[in-house]
Design a protein around this ligand. Structure first.
Ligand code: NAI
Ligand code: MG
Length: 356
């Protein structure tokens, strides 16, 4: 029997509440299929840890996590700890140390999900965003000169390396080829006259290696508009760190809200662990009340199943989420329901068992 080792960082706020539900689902699948099991190891890192020990994770935290194939993360961030500390000292530290340079965010409108756009059909919203996750606008390069003085200057540089740009674009082409779907690149070459001109050039060059993949290029502002006016034109999408961050939140809103949006941070070479997380934050406003929607965390668990090659189970989990939405009976308040976090998770488990 194969043992898949998962490091679990429940984190802050609603993180622990939603992660438990994803783990319920993973355990259910592993119990139904005798060929593999999951082993969960919990790490109590996050803002509460910071308030006790003045650090977001152990000094050797990265070394500890290296032992695992996958990391399952709830959310980090809580009032009292500045967001740039919780983000840089935990989340970004993991993404960078483990070279998780691909961020995959599916934007798929499931049947029964809340539906904000009037003029498009459900099946028209089915995008797979592939966001550069290691450099670009979030490289952390810059300076803060003459702080607090009259001549104060801040510089925030973007970093687009040839290696970093080529590998994300190639990953996107491989995905589009495998899924037999078109690939859109989103950039801004007219205004960002170095970085994005370079991006467009690399996209153009690599496209020659993939004559079977249909491609389009968009400026990011137009892409934002078109995602709303004509979302079906976007299938697989590749874009930079900043643009991907913004557009996937827009995408999350198109496909049912933050309660349903999941993301995977992948190290494709599998030299280091990959990390799976709901894209929402720790939602301090509703934390501890058992009303957080666990579906985003469960969706990210299905991405983890895909990562291990159990794609049929990944699909089954997604189908269970969709069935729950269609039933419309057990939903959390953000979806106008009255159920608790654990009632929703347990219902997903029951649907999976019934379909097995
Ligand atoms: P947020 O995503 O935590 O919350 C935004 C709004 O959506 C809130 O009204 C919240 O109640 C609601 N919401 C979010 N997830 C929900 C869920 N599963 N079910 C029901 N409602 C949900 O974003 P916000 O408020 O900007 O950030 C709060 C904290 O989380 C901050 O400290 C921030 O830095 C951190 N954060 C962490 C992230 C991560 O760990 N990946 C991502 C985004 C924010
Ligand atoms: Mg974001």
């Amino acid at each position: 029997m194969k043992l898949n080792k998962i490091a679990v960082i429940p984190g802050d706020g609603i993180g622990p509440e939603v992660i438990i539900e994803g783990i319920k689902v993973l355990k259910t699948i592993a119990d139904l299929d005798q060929r593999f099991q999951f082993e969960f190891t919990y790490f109590p890192w996050g803002c509460e840890y910071y308030s006790k020990y003045n650090k977001m994770m152990d000094e050797d935290g990265i070394e500890k996590l290296k032992e695992y194939e996958a990391i399952y993360l709830g959310a980090v961030g809580f009032p009292g700890v500045p967001d740039h500390i919780s983000l840089w000292d935990l989340l970004l530290k993991i993404r960078k140390s483990f070279d998780q340079y691909v961020n995959i965010r599916p934007i798929t409108l499931l049947n029964g999900a809340p539906y904000p756009l009037k003029d498009v059909k459900r099946e028209d919203i089915n995008m797979l965003f592939i966001r550069e996750n290691s450099e670009g606008e979030y490289a952390g390069a810059g300076d803060w000169l003459y702080k607090g003085k009259e001549q104060e200057v801040v510089i925030q540089n973007s970093v687009f390396s040839r290696k970093g740009t080529e590998r994300i674009i190639r990953y996107a082409f491989d995905t589009a080829r495998r899924e037999k779907r078109s690939l859109s690149s989103i950039s801004k070459g007219n205004a960002l006259n170095y970085s994005m001109v370079f991006w467009d050039q690399v996209f153009e060059d690599i496209s020659k290696e993939y004559p079977d993949v249909e491609t389009s290029s968009y400026l990011v502002d137009a892409a934002g508009m078109l995602m709303i006016k004509d979302p079906k034109r976007f299938e697989v999408v590749v874009t930079s760190n900043l643009f991907g961050d913004i557009l996937t939140d827009l995408g999350a809103a198109l496909a049912g809200g933050l309660g349903l949006a999941a993301g995977a941070n992948i190290n494709p070479e599998r030299e280091f662990p990959s990390m799976f997380e709901p894209i929402h934050g720790s939602a301090p406003d509703i934390a501890g009340k058992q009303i957080a929607n666990p579906l985003a965390a469960i969706w990210s668990a299905s991405q983890m199943l895909n990562f291990w090659g159990y794609e049929s189970y990944g699909k089954q989990v997604l189908a269970a989420i969709e069935n729950l939405l269609i039933e419309g009976k057990l939903l959390t308040p953000d979806m106008n329901g009255h159920s608790s976090t654990s009632e929703v998770g347990s219902r997903v488990v029951d649907i999976i068992k019934a379909a097995f």
